[in-house]
Ligand binder design. Structure first.
Ligand SMILES: [Zn+2]
Length: 213
């Protein structure tokens, strides 16, 4: 069977199963969304946000791009603006992952030759150069993981400084920021950093997220 035909068939099966399990699901979803979490993750096909969190449709507002970068002038800013100003999400997760191809490319001294990809990866290359002493002694796989973690932390720091997020915090409606890493080898998420430090994270206590540490 053609792969696209298979996807369409699987979609019909999925819709029927969900309707059988919860007859009002699609009617409810049609009425609107109120997700509590904005998820900013990597576009990698092995890190599907909803599946790894066991989240239902309507629970996560999702933006994914190569190596989970929040950059000036790209579509992540419109997603952030809508999530904070209109949806008023309580949490923003930035999730990196082990063996990320975008991070591997950013570690290479050569450009990829793909102009859009190279432009997108430039902030990670700058991060690599700023942390060369930490990264250089590591074995290759550890170097990729370390730069992924540094990238997640850098994105959280960047988000915390954004006027949009500062304003939301001043108005007592600010989202808590969570930097996370996903291990492809175990399927587990781990929280690296939270901002503001010590803030509540009730959504994780009530979700199926598995935290290894
Ligand atoms: Zn990736």
């Amino acid at each position: 069977m053609d792969f696209i035909d298979r996807l369409l068939l699987e979609n019909r099966a999925w819709a029927q199963e969900n309707r059988a399990y919860d007859p009002e699901l699609f009617e409810r979803l049609s009425a609107g969304q109120s997700p509590r979490v904005l998820w900013i993750g990597c576009a990698d096909s092995r890190v599907p946000a909803e599946q790894i969190c066991n989240a239902e449709p309507g629970e996560l507002f999702v933006h994914r791009n190569i190596a989970n970068v929040v950059a000036e002038g790209d579509s992540s800013r419109s997603v952030l603006e809508y999530a904070i100003e209109v949806l008023q999400v309580e949490h923003i997760v930035v999730c990196g992952h082990h063996r990320c191809g975008g991070i591997q490319a950013a570690l290479s001294p050569q450009q990829t030759g793909l102009p859009h990809v190279d432009r997108h990866l430039e902030p990670i290359r700058q991060l690599r150069d700023a942390h060369v002493d930490t990264l250089h002694p590591l074995a290759e796989r550890d170097r990729v993981t370390m730069l992924s973690e540094l990238n997640v932390r850098a994105q959280i720091e960047l988000l915390a400084r954004l006027p949009l997020i500062k304003k939301a915090h001043e108005e007592q409606r600010g989202p808590t920021l969570h930097g996370m890493m996903y291990a492809l080898e175990s399927g587990q998420l781990r929280e690296l950093v939270r901002w503001p430090p010590g803030s509540a994270h009730s959504f994780m206590a009530s979700s199926a997220m598995a935290l290894s540490e």
